[in-house]
Design a binder for this molecule. Structure first.
Ligand SMILES: Cc1cc2nc3c(=O)[nH]c(=O)nc-3n(C[C@H](O)[C@H](O)[C@H](O)COP(=O)(O)OP(=O)(O)OC[C@H]3O[C@@H](n4cnc5c(N)ncnc54)[C@H](O)[C@@H]3O)c2cc1C
Length: 466
């Protein structure tokens, strides 16, 4: 039980959320150690807050939702239990990083749906938060789960078998998604659905004037709704909003006058070419869209500013983007660096006029709070986008963190008036987001599920509602 020694470490948080008292940090390294920990903690009436790699930057990092939890750092459980290179599944433990799984898949017919976050973030932790990869939402990667429940029992969902292999979803109810954005158990393994490595990967890139944002979102929606013959998640990103006065912060090199269309097209040479042609047609009314390029991702060199995105498009994670955005040279510095970073994550409509209205309201909030923000649309499907509203602040400036939090709260209220729901939350709001968006009978069902499996509220109290 060496890994279970309690340490005096206290998690730090780049988002400057409300500080919590932390009872300690423990680091189990096997399912057996997690089960023993859960049983001991239940007997001692201690709350546990499991994390995988704890890099949930902008939403609370490794900090628990409620007071006086013992953080269960599962970074040491880092075995790839199985790789099925015939069917395209990996079964991984929580400490397995994007870097580790991508490396194991090198030169195989499969690749990982990697995020734009650091290479050493957890595949499991990100998927449990419903993160977005560069091919699709990570929700679609989660095929099955192994969890230790509050009574110490070990359960498997979705067709993941106890020997660590994924067999496919058999008949009967599947509770896999009940463990995502929830606190029903400590997740000790996950079956991940991999992406077939395509013959060709085109990297879409265009820089467009800011006043074209509505037209661009509308045009990309029509491209997706008519049918994108290639795979890949297109992003509209770096739409920056700055207030009139001084004192705000944005990552170096961001041009507030323009935004970017960026993302991969994966497929055969033919499907990528056809997708490019259809994309250009869809964007024909957007001023400046003739600047759009589709680069061969494999040919983008290290000196090209698009190199990091070309790597992620090929399933190779990199820390470059994160470090550039947060002004650090190592990801270890992020939670203690000068840059503060918060996110608000609403679903946004794909209509031109609604987009323009929402952006006008956001600009008013930015002016009122004297804090800048950047908006990104992750075009996860044909109905709505997962937006990421990023707020940067200078932690050395008195009151900057408070203004950033006020802006996030105000933006949340304004988005709600526009009918935009939050799809992923943070440690200060995860519970209230669920309460305010769920009817009484459904909340009662969630409560009954939680109390049936975890009557004393041992595991991650407050995480997404219960
Ligand atoms: C510049 C920048 C770019 C980013 N890009 C992206 C992006 O492209 N896509 C994206 O999705 N995110 C992105 N992020 C956000 C974030 O860094 C990632 O989502 C990251 O993967 C989350 O951290 P983690 O993997 O260490 O998960 P963790 O922090 O370990 O887990 C997140 C939460 O899930 C729960 N949890 C984790 N593991 C377990 C477990 N084993 N059992 C039970 N509960 C558990 C806990 O409540 C935990 O707090 C970005 C951040 C920055 C700063």
């Amino acid at each position: 039980m060496q890994g279970l020694s309690r340490q005096a470490l206290r998690p730090r948080d780049v988002g400057a959320h409300r500080p919590r008292s932390v009872a300690g940090v423990v680091c189990p390294e096997s399912v057996g150690e997690v089960r023993a920990l859960v049983r001991r903690s239940a007997a001692a009436d201690r709350h546990l807050y499991p994390i995988s790699t704890g890099r949930n930057w902008g939403m609370g990092s490794a900090m628990p939702v409620s007071e006086d939890n013992t953080v269960v750092d599962l970074g040491g459980m880092n075995r790839i239990r199985s790789l099925d290179l015939d069917a395209g599944y990996a079964v991984v433990e929580p400490g397995v990083t994007q870097r580790q799984l991508a490396e194991a898949l090198r030169d195989t017919a499969w690749m990982l749906n990697v995020t734009a976050s650091c290479a050493d973030t957890s595949v499991v932790g990100n998927a449990l938060e419903r993160g977005d990869g560069c091919v699709r939402s990570r929700v679609h990667d989660v095929a099955g789960i192994e969890a230790v429940l509050a009574d110490g029992s070990v359960v498997h969902t979705g067709g993941l078998d106890p020997s660590g292999h994924y067999l496919g979803r058999g008949a009967g109810p599947d509770l896999t998604q009940a463990f995502v954005q929830h606190n029903l158990g400590v997740i000790t393994a996950m079956a991940i659905s991999l992406i077939p490595r395509p013959q060709s990967i085109g990297l879409v890139h265009a820089r467009i004037e800011r006043d074209q944002i509505g037209a661009t979102i509308g045009a990309l929606a029509s491209f997706l709704r008519r049918g994108n013959p290639a795979e890949g998640l297109l992003r509209v990103r770096e739409l920056a909003m700055t207030p009139g006065g001084p004192g705000w912060l944005l990552p170096a090199g961001v041009d507030a006058g323009r935004f970017t269309i960026l993302g991969p097209l994966l497929g055969s040479g033919e499907t990528v070419s056809l997708a490019e042609e259809l994309l250009r047609k869809a964007l024909v009314e957007v001023e400046g869209a003739e600047s759009l390029r589709v680069l061969d991702a494999a040919a983008v060199g290290p000196d090209d500013p698009l190199y990091a995105r070309a790597l992620t498009a090929q399933g190779i994670p990199t820390c470059h983007g994160v470090q550039k955005a947060l002004g650090v040279t190592s990801c270890e510095q992020i939670d203690a660096g000068r840059f503060g970073f918060l996110v608000l994550l609403p679903m946004m409509p794909l209509q031109a006029r609604k987009t323009e209205q929402i952006m006008a309201t956001m600009q008013e909030a930015v002016d009122a709070h004297g804090t800048a923000l950047m908006v990104e649309w992750n075009l996860i499907g044909r109905h709505q986008a997962n937006a990421v509203i990023q707020i940067f602040f200078d932690r050395s400036q008195p009151g900057a963190d408070e203004r950033a939090h006020q802006l996030r709260d105000e933006a949340h209220g304004l988005l709600r008036e526009h009918g935009c729901v939050i799809y992923r939350s943070d440690i200060d709001h995860a519970a209230s987001t669920v309460w305010s968006g769920t009817d009484t009978a459904s909340l009662s069902m969630l409560h009954r599920m939680k109390t049936a499996l975890d009557p004393e509220g041992l595991i991650a109290p407050g995480r997404y509602g219960t």
